[in-house]
Design a protein around this ligand. Structure first.
Ligand code: FEO
Length: 395
C-alpha cells in the first residue's frame, strides 16, 4: 500500500474495515482514521492519531518510519475520540513529544483524558511550527466539526491536513483518490456530508473560503481517501451539498402497522411517478436513517407516512424524523400522511417535525380511519402529483 504523500510525509493511520456503526451512522463501507507523520530536517510531527483501540497499530506504523523517541510533536487538530483516542498512548510512547493544539482543544483533551504531565504547545490562528526546512501552519476551523476543530497546512509541500472536512467513511486499501473507485468515494463523501457535515454547512463554507486561499496540491482528510487528483470534484460537490441543492427527486418514506399507511405511501409514489420526477419509496422498517438523510439532502420534496401508535408516531418514524430534524436538510417541500384507529395523532405529530425542519408544507396531513378508501388513495395520488410538480420545477 502506497502511504507516501511526499518524501518523508506518510499516512500512518488505521483502516477500520468492520466498523458498521459510527455513533449511529451506518458505515456500510467501513472507515479509516487518518494520521500522518511529517519529518523535517530537525523535527518530526505526528498529525492526529486514531481511535483508542488501534493505538498499537499507529505505534507500529510510526515506528516503521522513525523511532518513537524521535517524535517531537503530536499535533491534535480535533479532540473527538476517533482522532484523539490514541493520543494518551502516543504521549506515553513518545517521551520527547509535545502536544500541539489550540486552547479549546487543550481544554477538551483535559476533559477527556488524564493529561497530568503532558507537555503542551498551544497554537493560535495562522501560527507556524518549524520542523527544519518544513513548516506546519495551523488554522482554526470552528464548528468543522467541533468548536476546537483546526487544520494543519504543510507549506513547502502544499498539503492541507483538513481533518473532518472533505472526509468519507470509506475503508479501502487505496490511500489516494486516483487509486480508488471514485464512484464509491463520491457516494461515501455525500453520505458523510449528509450525516456529519450538514448542520455545519455554514462554518464549513467559511473555512473552505479561507483555506482555498492556500496553494493546495494535496488535501488529506482524517477519514477516507486523500485528494490529490480529483479535489475539484469534492469541492464542487461541497458547493451543492452546502445548500442541500435539490434534484428533481421525490422521496416517500413511511412505516406501517397493518399495511394501510403502506397503501397510502404507494399511492403518493404512484401519483409522483406520473411526472418525470425521480421517485423513491423508502420503508423505514428496512431502510436506515443514514440512507434516508442522504436521500433527503438532495431531494426537492418528500412525504412521510406514519400510522398513529399509542397517540403518537411509529417508533421508526420518530427516530428517523428526530435524526433528520437535527441535520436539517434545507429547502424541502413536504407533507405527512397516515392511518389511525380512533384518534388521529401520528401524521399530525409528523407534521410538527416537518415544521421544525423548516419544510414548506404542501398541504395538511392526509389521514384515514383504519383502511384507506378509494377517495383517500386518490387524495394521496393527487398529493404525490403536486409534490412531484414542485420537484420538476427545479432548474
Ligand atoms: Fe472524525 Fe469529528 O471526528
Amino acid at each position: 500500500m502506497n502511504t507516501e504523500l511526499a518524501s518523508n510525509v506518510n499516512w500512518v493511520g488505521y483502516v477500520d474495515w468492520p466498523v458498521r456503526d459510527f455513533h449511529g451512522y451506518q458505515t456500510k463501507r467501513g472507515s479509516s482514521y487518518n494520521a500522518y507523520l511529517v519529518k523535517g530536517a530537525g523535527k518530526t510531527a505526528l498529525i492526529d492519531t486514531v481511535k483508542g483501540p488501534y493505538a498499537e497499530s499507529l505505534k507500529r506504523n510510526v515506528a516503521a518510519l522513525c523511532p518513537l523517541t524521535e517524535v517531537d510533536y503530536l499535533v491534535c487538530n480535533h479532540a473527538e475520540p476517533d482522532h484523539s483516542g490514541a493520543l494518551p498512548a502516543m504521549v506515553a510512547a513518545c517521551p520527547n513529544a509535545t502536544v500541539v493544539c489550540n486552547a479549546k482543544c487543550k481544554d477538551a483533551l483535559e476533559r477527556h483524558y488524564a493529561t497530568e504531565g503532558w507537555r503542551w504547545q498551544v497554537v493560535k490562528e495562522g501560527e507556524t511550527l518549524d520542523l527544519g526546512g518544513r513548516t506546519l501552519q495551523f488554522f482554526d476551523t470552528v464548528m468543522c466539526h467541533w468548536p476546537e476543530s483546526m487544520v494543519t497546512y504543510l507549506q513547502e509541500e502544499e498539503i492541507l491536513f483538513s481533518m473532518d472536512i472533505f472526509g468519507q467513511h470509506y475503508a479501502t486499501s487505496c490511500r489516494f483518490d486516483d487509486e480508488a473507485n471514485m464512484e464509491e468515494v463520491m457516494q461515501e463523501a455525500k453520505t458523510y456530508y449528509a450525516n456529519i457535515v450538514l448542520p455545519y454547512a455554514r462554518p464549513v463554507e467559511t473555512a473552505a473560503k479561507k483555506l482555498l486561499g492556500l496553494k493546495l496540491r494535496i488535501v488529506a482528510p482524517s477519514h477516507g481517501v486523500i485528494w490529490r487528483a480529483h479535489f475539484d470534484r469534492i469541492l464542487s460537490a461541497y458547493l451543492d451539498w452546502r445548500v442541500s441543492k435539490p434534484a428533481r427527486k421525490v422521496i416517500v418514506l413511511y412505516s406501517t402497522m397493518w399495511q394501510s399507511t403502506r397503501r397510502m405511501a404507494e399511492a403518493v409514489a404512484q401519483g409522483a411517478n406520473e411526472t418525470p420526477a425521480e421517485v423513491k419509496l423508502l420503508d423505514l422498517s428496512v431502510v436506515g436513517d443514514t440512507e434516508v438523510i442522504t436521500e433527503l439532502m438532495d431531494c426537492a420534496a418528500f412525504a412521510v407516512g406514519t400510522p398513529t401508535l399509542n397517540q403518537g408516531l411509529m417508533p421508526r418514524v420518530a427516530a428517523c424524523l428526530t435524526y433528520a430534524r437535527g441535520l436539517k436538510p434545507a429547502g424541502k417541500t413536504a407533507f405527512a400522511f397516515g392511518s389511525y384507529g380512533w384518534a388521529s395523532k401520528g401524521a399530525e405529530e409528523a407534521e410538527g417535525y416537518l415544521k421544525a425542519m423548516g419544510c414548506t408544507l404542501l398541504r395538511e396531513p392526509i389521514t384515514c380511519r383504519f383502511v384507506p378508501d378509494e377517495a383517500t388513495l386518490e387524495a394521496c395520488r393527487a398529493a404525490g402529483r403536486a409534490l412531484a410538480g414542485v420537484a420538476v420545477q427545479v432548474p
